[in-house]
Write a protein that binds this ligand. Structure first.
Ligand SMILES: *Cc1c(COP(=O)(O)O)cnc(C)c1O
Length: 406
């Protein structure tokens, strides 16, 4: 990580304390408390040697925002610190982080193993890499290390996983799958957007790169699009940073500033998201309009045991449930909520509901939907930080409408 000034007392404390004392780039000797916004994109030098040296790597002097910026670096250091990485690259979006990492580390002829259930944009990117860039892709379930071992080829370069899958909240066996990759010299990339570094730190389980859509929980307020890639190894960081300067998906300073502002309340928000999600999941499970609830915090979730080990401090703010009345009931529910909003995306302070089969997963055939555990009546909820009783009152009145349709 770079050497931005930081409260020395906070550097070794718990994440909840470190997060409100991020390393911040200021001016002069004093340490800033509020996050300074360095919007200027160009820096001048006294000597040509110093100018040349500034292009050398991710920790070089600031010269031009595509290579680095003080506010962006503050965000990078803060997220790298939370994830336990050596450094990070902030990008214009989550997809910017994922595409920069994959394009930097793969070449045509390489083979990649990825989970079958992936964020839609990532799935589309992998399909594109396969069709147009000659990267071979094998999809696996995410729960069986033997399946990864069987998929390995001499050309396998990367394993791409997501900590928690969307929308059915299956928890991936990160330690098991990553161990197989590591033994074969294959790099592991984990999308940790759903878990956040407060609930799971994939680098502790052997991951080489962690990617985030900071648009979701890290920013947390539905007002900024940003991404971050965190690296366990400085050489990998340097390599991806170098390609990043060519691809140009760099984070804008204002977006980094907003993300850092949100990040400082992450611990409070995540606690509330987890508590309310577990409360909502339990109440939904007891409701006659609901066939099944998918939340790793519930004892009957297929990955409950794994989740207790991998996500010991909480199971996140996303859950899904299947309405007995199928598609019509799902439509009635999602159009009847008032406090919650019918909107895609997740991880913000507002509760959002969405019908995956007609939105995020609309490209999937009925068989593919069934294989992904998504039924016609499946509804995903990104649980916000509203009062749990107000939220349940809203959900309950919308469930009543869904029951009429069933
Ligand atoms: C939203 C999301 C992305 C993409 O992030 P953007 O910021 O929208 O580009 C990637 N992965 C996961 C798991 C996401 O939820």
């Amino acid at each position: 990580m770079s050497d931005l000034p930081r409260n020395p007392a906070a550097a070794t404390l718990r994440p909840e304390s470190r997060i409100v004392h991020p390393p911040l780039a200021g001016l002069g000797g004093a340490r800033p408390m509020g996050v300074p916004l360095h919007q200027g994109h160009l820096y001048a030098f006294e000597t040509s040697e110093a100018l040349t040296a500034s292009f050398a790597g991710p920790d070089g002097a600031f010269v031009y925002n595509r290579y680095g910026n003080p506010t962006v670096r503050s965000l990078e250091d803060a997220v790298a610190d939370l994830e336990g990485g050596t450094g990070a690259l902030a990008t214009a979006s989550g997809m910017g982080a994922i595409s920069t990492v994959l394009l930097a580390l793969l070449r045509s002829g390489d083979h990649l193993i990825a989970q079958r259930s992936l964020y839609g944009g990532t799935f589309a990117l992998l399909a594109d890499l396969a069709q147009r860039w000659g990267v071979e892709v094998t999809h696996v379930s995410g729960s069986d290390p033997d399946e990864v071992a069987a998929a390995l080829r001499p050309t396998t370069r990367l394993l791409h996983l997501e900590t928690v899958s969307n929308p059915t909240t299956r928890v991936t066996d990160l330690p098991g799958l990553i161990a197989v990759a590591k033994r074969a010299g294959v790099l592991s990339v984990v999308d940790n957007t759903f878990a956040t570094p407060l609930l799971c730190r994939p680098i502790e389980h052997g991951a080489d790169v962690v990617v985030h859509s900071a648009t979701k929980y890290l920013g947390g307020h539905s007002d900024v699009l940003a991404g971050v890639a965190v690296f366990a190894d400085p050489e990998l960081h340097r390599k991806v940073w170098h390609h990043g300067t060519e691809l140009g998906a760099s984070a804008d300073p204002f977006a980094a500033w907003l993300t850092l502002r949100g990040l400082q309340t992450l611990a409070l928000r995540v606690r509330r998201h987890c508590d309310t999600a577990l409360d909502l999941a339990s109440r939904l499970a007891a409701h006659p309009a609901v066939d099944a609830v998918h939340y790793p915090g519930l004892p009957d979730h297929p990955d409950h045991e794994l989740a207790r080990r991998l996500l010991p401090d909480g199971h996140g703010g996303v859950l899904a449930f299947d309405l007995a009345g199928g598609r019509e009931a799902a439509r009635a529910f999602t159009e009847s909520v008032r406090l919650a909003a019918l909107a895609p995306s997740l991880g913000g302070v507002h509760t959002l509901v969405v019908h995956p089969a007609s939105t995020s997963h609309r490209q999937l055939s009925d068989e593919e939907l069934a294989a992904a555990g998504i039924g016609p009546g499946t509804v995903r909820v990104s649980v916000g930080i509203e009062h749990p009783e107000d939220l349940w009152a809203d959900v309950e009145q919308a469930l009543a409408k869904a029951l009429v349709k069933a």
